[in-house]
Design a protein around this ligand. Structure first.
Ligand code: PEP
Length: 249
């Protein structure tokens, strides 16, 4: 049985005061026992978040890592550094990293390898651009992103992978994939994993949907048989909205 997961990606938002307020507010709500909840604050707020959430089951997640173990990479953070502050899950390949910071599929592949080699858990983000969907290439693009970064991993490492399908045209735009489009792509992804691995791995991996998930559309999106939850941007910055989404299964 795979996990139901809702993860909040805070991006470059929330200083230490706002972090404290938001996390304390999230903590004041009741969280369903069968949903795994995660938050991804900025690097500077990770330790503080771990401390505030220490008596909860909420996982604190990094938004990015560098693939190198250490060295002359000014401004970067390694897996080892994150583990040192008890952060053992990271996003990799978010569309903003791909677009703004020019992370290619091969850079992302290196990051996945580095995180898994360090025994971290990875939320692997991927998804097509609007032009890909309009030209009916969305399945091909998603297959390429998964093949390049993940499909030569040994079977045993899939235990530490969570997939987050995020069509780029739906991120921060207010436009969501329809529940039917989300389910169709998630099923396609699960079938790709069956083809490249086996039924068990495909059934066990959680596939999250991301892209303008809000309290008013979460339930319908999460109702897809292959949709195991969401990666939430904007709506994760308001505790009540985030918790409403967490409670939308
Ligand atoms: C995201 O950044 O991963 C995301 C899904 O953002 P939003 O929910 O704001 O579209």
């Amino acid at each position: 049985m795979r996990d139901k997961i809702v993860a909040g990606n805070w991006k470059m938002n929330n200083n230490q005061f706002q972090t404290k307020e938001l996390l304390n507010s999230i903590k004041s709500f009741e969280i369903p026992n069968d949903v795994r909840v995660m938050v991804a604050p900025a690097f500077t707020q990770l330790s503080q978040s771990n401390e505030i959430l220490s008596n909860t089951s909420i996982t604190v997640v990094a938004q990015n890592i560098n693939a190198a173990v250490s060295g002359a990479y000014t401004g970067e953070i390694s897996a080892d550094m994150l583990k040192g502050i008890e952060v053992t899950t990271t996003l990799i390949g978010h569309s903003e990293r791909r677009a703004i910071f020019r992370e290619t599929d091969s850079i992302i592949k290196e990051k996945v390898k580095a995180a898994l080699d360090a025994d971290m858990e990875v939320i692997f983000c991927f998804g097509e651009q609007l032009a890909d969907r309009k030209s009916n290439n969305h399945f091909k693009v998603v297959a390429r992103q998964l093949e390049t970064a993940l499909f030569d991993l040994p079977e045993t490492q899939w235990k530490r992978i969570i997939l987050a399908y995020e069509p780029v045209w739906a991120i921060g735009t207010g436009e969501t994939a329809s529940p039917k489009q989300a389910q169709e792509m998630h099923k396609y992804i699960r079938n790709l994993i069956i083809e490249n691995y086996n039924q068990k791995i495909a059934e066990d991996v959680a596939i999250l949907y991301g892209g303008s998930v809000k309290p008013n559309n979460a339930r319908e999106i999460f109702s897809g048989k292959d949709v195991d939850g969401g990666l939430i941007g904007g709506a994760s910055l308001k505790a009540a909205d985030f918790i409403e989404i967490v409670s939308s299964f």
